[in-house]
Structures are given as C-alpha cells and as structure tokens.
Ligand binder design. Structure first.
Ligand SMILES: Nc1ncnc2c1ncn2[C@@H]1O[C@H](COP(=O)(O)OP(=O)(O)OP(=O)(O)O)[C@@H](O)[C@H]1O
Length: 243
C-alpha cells in the first residue's frame, strides 16, 4: 500500500530529530508487524500516531524508545528521550518526588518541586503514589518525563484510562508543556479529536505501514466546532475506516 502525503508542512524542511528508515519488525515467524516503515519527526514537531489495534503503534514506539531492538532498518533519535505510558508506572514505595527523580544521582526534593508545580502537583510532592487519583498519577508521570528535559517525548495512550473531563485537562496540560519545552512529541492515540487538538501532523498506521500522513495546520487553540476541524476529522476517520 502506498503512503499518501496530503500536503507539505514547513517543518518538513527542518532537519529531523527522529529518522526511521525501512524499519521492519516481526515476532518469531509471524508476519511483519512493522513493514519497511519510514518516518521523520522534525525538531519540536508534535506527531499523533493513529491506527487500528494491532497496526504496530506500540511496537514502533517501543523501538523508538530503545525497549525493542532494531532488527531490520535504521532508527536515529536523540539520546535525551522520555516515555509516558497509559499507566503511570510509579513505584508505590517511593514518594512522588522520589519517583520523578528516580535514576538521577543526588536529585533532591527541591529539584523535583518546580517540575511538579509545573504539572499542577506541587501540593502532592510528598504523597505516596497509591494516594493519587488517575489524573494526578499521569501528571506525575509527565513530571518524571519532563525533568529529564527530553528532546523527544513519546506518549503511549497516556490518557486512555482517564475520565473525559480529566482527559481534556490533561490534553490542555500537554499542549502547554509542549509549547514551553519545545521537545518533539510522538503521541499514540485512538482518539481522533485528541490528535486534531494537539498535533502538527497525524500519521495513520495500517499493518505496520504508514497509510496516510495528514498535516494539521489549524490555528491554535483549536476548537471542535470549527469547520476545518470537522473536515479533518472526517478525513481521518475515513482513513481509519470508521466512516
Ligand atoms: N512481544 C510480542 N510477541 C509477539 N507478538 C507481538 C508482541 N508485541 C506485539 N505483538 C504483535 O504485534 C502486532 C502489533 O502490536 P502493537 O502492540 O504494536 O499494536 P498497536 O497498534 O499498538 O495496538 P493497540 O492499539 O491495541 O495497542 C500485534 O499483532 C501484536 O499481537
């Protein structure tokens, strides 16, 4: 299946911070889960990755994160990366500030505090993870990602387990953090509206290949009610085979 590039965004002319070339992956003797995939992400670009369950989104993200080996093809990306998953993955026996500085030698509570304040968790710096709400736990996960000042931030369905209102708040937070920190972002999501609210570009994966790349040049802040938003939603849903 050929990849369809629907327009050429300005950022495409900047050097990529992530470069994936002919990346293939199979598990055992199974079919290719990633199939000669090519993808560039520009400095500071926000890319949303969509696709049906099993299309290879998490496998791609895990490969980019270095959690899965590159067995066929090439991947280059910065060393300063962070990943946020659907579950916060906080260690229950460590306080919130200790969780977000985990792995950083000599890190102090004072260093953790401003980052926790930035994600709206300044009042929970000494809390135990099990006392956090789902939204708070994901805020802590974001703080843990940001304190490393990543040049490339990967988000694997980070809000999928949250209620609708919390999800909206988290989307606003991620948008604000992205504007402030200017790292490149790859967001895996099943939510077309989330992609349209946040991303510069939506990439639809199908059977391990990029089926369509859709630049989203809507002005920000974005509104669901805009006609162009509606049009892009229909286009994306059509490519996902929903409409
Ligand atoms: N460790 C593994 N061993 C064997 N097969 C795997 C493994 N990890 C993933 N797969 C298979 O690879 C395919 C792609 O999985 P992947 O998790 O990347 O899809 P996805 O697009 O992220 O799906 P979802 O939206 O449901 O999370 C699936 O068929 C899955 O069963």
């Amino acid at each position: 299946m050929n990849s369809i590039v629907m327009a050429s965004p300005d950022r495409a002319f900047l050097p990529p911070v992530v470069n994936v070339q002919s990346l293939s992956r199979r598990f055992g003797n199974g079919p290719r889960v990633l199939d000669q995939l090519n993808l560039n992400i520009a400095h500071g670009e926000f890319v949303a990755l969509l696709g049906h369950s099993g299309s290879g989104k998490s496998t791609l993200l895990r490969t980019l994160a270095g959690l899965d080996p590159v067995t066929e093809g090439n991947v280059s990306r910065p060393t300063e990366i962070s990943v946020v998953f659907q579950e916060s993955r906080l260690l229950p026996w460590k306080k919130v500030w200790q969780n977000i500085t985990l792995g950083q030698d000599n890190a102090t509570r004072e260093q953790a505090l401003p980052v926790l304040e930035e994600v709206g968790l300044g009042h929970r710096v000494d809390a135990w993870p099990l006392t956090l709400s789902g939204g708070e736990a994901q805020r802590a996960a974001l703080a843990r990602a940001l304190i490393r000042e990543p040049r490339f931030l990967m988000l694997d369905e980070p809000f999928a387990a949250l209620d609708a209102l919390t999800r909206l708040r988290m989307q606003e937070l991620v948008f604000a953090l992205w504007q402030r920190h200017k790292s490149a972002v790859l967001l895996v999501t099943h939510d077309v509206d989330e992609a349209l609210l946040l991303a510069d570009r939506a990439v639809v994966l199908d059977a391990g290949r990029i089926k369509v790349e859709l630049p989203i040049s809507l002005p920000r802040p974005r509104r669901h009610a805009d006609l162009e938003f509606e049009r892009l939603r229909s286009t994306l849903l059509r490519h996902l085979g929903v409409q």
